[in-house]
Design a protein around this ligand. Structure first.
Ligand code: F0G
Length: 458
């Protein structure tokens, strides 16, 4: 393996949050009570929390200082204008509609652009995004490259769109049935995999030919930019900021969960370049989120976001952030644990179908592995497999995704290298004892986004 230079954090720690160590007996009881679903654990019972990188980042002293400058006026808060300026300066989108988080923006854009019977091609689905498309009457179609479905493939841009697949979809259904292509940077469900600039440019060309919009799920766009700089020929000398802006420039609008890249605990937005769409979105946000200058957020939240957006495109920050993820991934590779390759931007994804190959997909290998890992050490992870994939809305049958994964998601600026060592040891321990592990059965299934609240038994 190629030795990497140090990725040490470009910050020092000013305040600490104490965490609790627990006993195996306590954890066994806790996971039983949680129906073997890590989403239903109390955070107090968790030692190292790698459930998600969403809203779990540590804010900087500057962001906290910004919180004190919250202008909590109902209308026209100064923090809204600061946020609008950050979005325009860093991302280049013209118009901003703040929302309480990413799915608020997904809801609004889906309701505005999707008609019943429409087709939404995208580079793999995301759970909330696809559900909002379906609730608006659309059908999602996956047009990601085949490599994305193969955990072993080392292809560096598994977030790429297969343009032939996309053109086939356009020809089959007709461009008028496709309100937009949903393009995510990076692709969460594929393992935090990036799309290349070359692919994005070609996508723009193809969609221009058919007059189809690109709506950008820009949740982890700065992480995607980092991978372009590292991996794509011709971009090594570019700044993260300039790459982020270029990515956005090839798209027509964006939904953002600022709880990831933008380093805040809550917040998101819809960004648009077309005045007519913006007007409609600005009108709709009033119904579902709040007035168009706060969108469900406090002024102080918008200020923290305005500052976080600027911090997110700093090279040293991103180098350390992704460096930490790679550090954990490399340790697991060394220990022989099957993971998704290449290691993604926001977490390490364990290949549960390879690790628990003796458990059928109907007995939820990834759900089982996440529960076992918690019992082993108090490390909390997340299922990203058949439970997350849900059911086909027409037939009611389970989707059987090719990827059956457990995600060890790394919050930004929160844990240390020593924490990563503990995680690697625990995963390795579970892996070495994998043959003893038995699967689960689902005993309660909610109607929407079942992975959040489903309950299981051994
Ligand atoms: N798009 C992507 C790619 C996401 O990862 C998420 C959230 C959203 C949209 C929705 O944003 O949570 O602010 O409403 N992902 C979180 C996760 C929940 O853990 O991966 P939200």
């Amino acid at each position: 393996m190629k030795a990497r230079k140090s990725w040490a954090e470009p910050f020092k720690i000013k305040m600490v949050e104490l965490i609790k160590m627990t006993t195996p007996k306590h954890r066994l009881k806790a996971i039983k009570e949680a129906g073997y679903n890590t989403f239903l654990l109390k955070s107090e019972d968790v030692y190292i929390d790698l459930l998600t990188d969403s809203g779990t980042s540590a804010m900087s002293d500057r962001q906290w200082a910004g919180m004190m400058l919250g202008d909590e006026a109902y209308a026209g808060s100064r923090n809204f204008y600061n946020l609008e300026k950050s979005v325009q300066d860093i991302y280049g989108y013209k118009y901003l509609v703040p929302t309480h988080q990413g799915r608020g923006a997904e809801h609004i854009i889906s309701q505005i652009l999707i008609k019943k019977g429409d087709i939404l091609p995208g580079n793999m689905y995301f759970t909330t995004t696809r559900l909002h498309q379906e609730l608006a009457g659309g059908t999602f179609v996956d047009v990601i490259v085949d490599e994305a479905h193969d955990p072993k493939s080392e292809f560096p841009f598994k977030g790429n769109i297969d343009l032939q697949k996309l053109e086939d979809v356009i020809k089959k259904h007709g461009a008028e049935k496709i309100p937009y292509v949903c393009m995510a940077t990076t692709v969460n469900m594929a393992g935090g995999q990036p799309i290349s600039m070359e692919n994005l440019k070609a996508l723009r060309k193809l969609t221009n030919k058919y007059n189809i919009r690109i709506i950008h799920d820009m949740t982890r766009v700065a992480e995607n930019a980092y991978f372009i700089k590292e991996r794509e020929k011709g971009y090594a000398n570019r700044s993260i900021a300039s790459l982020v802006k270029e990515i956005c420039s090839y798209t027509d609008g964006a939904t953002m969960s600022a709880k990831k890249d933008a380093l805040v605990n809550i917040g998101g937005f819809l960004a648009l370049n077309e005045w007519d769409l913006f007007e409609e979105a600005r009108n709709m946000v009033v119904i579902y989120e709040g007035l168009h200058t706060y969108g469900g957020l406090a002024g102080r939240d918008m200020e923290a976001m305005a500052i976080g957006i600027r911090e997110s495109v700093d090279y040293d920050h991103m180098h350390a952030r992704i460096g930490q993820v790679l550090y954990l991934g490399d340790k697991l590779v060394e220990a022989g644990v099957p993971i998704v390759h290449p290691i993604g931007s926001h977490g390490v994804f364990l290949d549960a179908s390879a690790i628990l190959s003796h458990i059928k997909q109907d007995n939820y290998p990834a759900q089982t592995l996440a529960a076992e890992l918690y019992i082993n050490s108090g490390v909390r992870s997340m299922e990203r497999g058949i439970v997350s994939a849900g059911r086909d809305k027409k037939t009611g049958k389970n989707y059987y995704p090719k990827l059956e994964l457990v995600r060890l998601t790394i919050p930004r600026r929160v844990y240390t290298q020593a924490h990563m060592d503990v995680v690697a040891e625990s995963v390795t321990d579970v892996y070495e004892n994998r043959k003893k592990i038995k699967g689960l059965k689902m005993v309660y299934e909610p109607k929407y986004l079942r992975f959040f609240q489903a309950r299981f038994e051994p």
